[in-house]
Design a protein around this ligand. Structure first.
Ligand code: NAP
Length: 288
C-alpha cells in the first residue's frame, strides 16, 4: 500500500521501518530534520507525505501534535485523498480524537484511533498490540499495515473506544510500576537485598508483564527512554481529565501524578518513566 507516515520518534521510526520491510511504499515526515527510515521517501511537510497515500499513519507525542500535523501549516488534512484511511497511534484525548474522526469522514476518508502497547522493543520487533476504535471494515482495509507492525489487533468498539481502553490500561501500568518501586524502596530500607526481592517477585503471584519488562533496566539503573517519563505524565493527565469529564474518581492516580510532577521538577522528564524510582529513593534518603 502507499502509506504516508507522520512522526519518527521512538515508536514511529521502527513502525515505519517495519512497513518498508513488509514491501509497502512509505513516505515519511518528521518535525525535526535528521530522522529518516531506510527505503522510505522523505517528505518536507505532512501535506507532501500524504499526497496520493491510500493510508496515513500518525505517531506523535500528544493531542496538540496530532492537530498540528493534520490541521497546522502545511498539514496533511487538505491533501488527503478520497477513501483514505487515517490511523492515529498517538495516545491522545478521546474527545479530541472523535472530533478529528468526524472531520476526516466529512472529507471522504475514514479514521481509526489505533493506540498501541509493546513499547520500544515491541515496535522494533513488529510485535505491537493495537487497541483500535473505528469500523471493522476500515480495520480490514489497513490489516496488512497492522500485520507488518504488530502481532495483535484488538477491536474495542467505535471511534474513541481504542483510546478509552488504552488510557485504562496505562493507568494500570503507572500504578503497577509505582507499586514495584515503592516495594523496592521499602525493602531496601529494611535491609533486603534487591536481587532477593526480584526473585520473590518473579516466583510469586505479584509477577507482572510491566515488572518483567522494567526489571532488567531497574537492575542496571538504566533509565534511557523506552517510554519517556514526560509521555507517561501526559497520559496520566489525560486519564485524570477523562475521569473528571466522566465522573470517575482516581485517588491513587492523583497521588502518582504528584510524583511525576516532582520527577519532572527534578529534571527527569526525558528519561524513561522508570526513573520515578529516583524520586521515591530520594524521598527515602537513598542514593542510586
Ligand atoms: P517520542 O520518541 O518522544 O517521539 C515523539 C514524536 O512526536 C517525534 O517524532 C516528535 O518530533 C513528534 N512531535 C512532538 N510534538 C510535535 C508537534 N507539535 N508537531 C509535530 N510532531 C511533533 O515518542 P514515542 O515514544 O515515539 O511516542 C509516540 C506516541 O506513542 C505518544 O503518544 C506515546 O504516548 C505513544 N506510545 C509510546 C510508547 C512507548 O513505549 N514509547 C508506547 C505506547 C504508546 P521531533 O522529532 O521533532 O521531536
Amino acid at each position: 500500500m502507499r502509506v504516508g507516515f507522520l512522526g519518527l520518534g521512538i515508536m514511529g521510526g521502527s513502525m515505519a521501518a517495519n512497513l518498508v520491510k513488509a514491501g509497502h511504499s512509505v513516505t515519511v515526515w518528521n518535525r525535526s530534520a535528521g530522522k529518516s527510515v531506510q527505503g522510505a521517501k522523505r517528505a518536507a511537510t505532512p501535506r507532501e507525505a500524504v499526497a496520493n497515500a491510500e493510508a496515513v499513519w500518525i505517531c506523535v507525542s500528544d493531542t496538540a501534535a496530532v492537530e498540528h500535523v493534520l490541521f497546522g501549516k502545511d498539514g496533511a488534512f487538505d491533501a488527503l485523498a478520497k477513501g483514505v484511511v487515517v490511523a492515529d497511534s498517538s495516545t491522545i484525548s478521546p474527545n479530541a480524537s472523535l472530533k478529528i474522526a468526524e472531520r476526516i469522514r466529512q472529507r471522504g476518508g475514514d479514521f481509526l484511533d489505533a493506540p498501541m502497547t509493546g513499547s520500544k522493543i515491541g515496535a522494533a520487533e513488529g510485535t505491537l498490540i493495537f487497541i483500535v476504535g473505528g469500523k471493522a471494515e476500515t480495520i480490514e482495509k489497513v490489516r496488512p499495515l497492522f500485520n507488518a507492525m504488530g502481532k495483535t489487533v484488538l477491536h474495542i468498539g467505535d471511534n474513541g473506544k481504542g483510546l478509552g481502553a488504552k488510557l485504562g490500561m496505562n493507568l494500570m501500568i503507572a500504578l503497577i510500576y509505582e507499586g514495584f518501586i515503592e516495594a523496592l524502596t521499602l525493602a531496601r530500607k529494611l535491609g533486603v537485598e534487591e536481587h532477593k526481592l526480584f526473585s520473590l517477585i518473579q516466583s510469586s503471584m505479584v509477577r507482572s508483564g510491566v515488572v518483567d519488562y522494567k526489571m532488567p533496566f531497574v537492575e542496571k539503573r538504566d533509565f534511557s527512554p523506552n517510554f519517556p517519563l514526560y509521555l507517561m505524565h501526559k497520559d496520566i493527565r489525560l486519564m485524570l481529565e477523562a475521569a473528571k469529564e466522566s465522573g470517575a474518581q482516581l485517588p491513587a492516580l492523583d497521588t502518582v501524578n504528584k510524583i511525576y510532577d516532582e520527577a519532572e521538577a527534578q529534571g527527569l522528564r526525558d528519561l524513561d518513566y522508570a526513573a520515578t524510582l529516583k524520586t521515591i529513593e530520594k524521598r527515602a534518603g537513598l542514593n542510586d
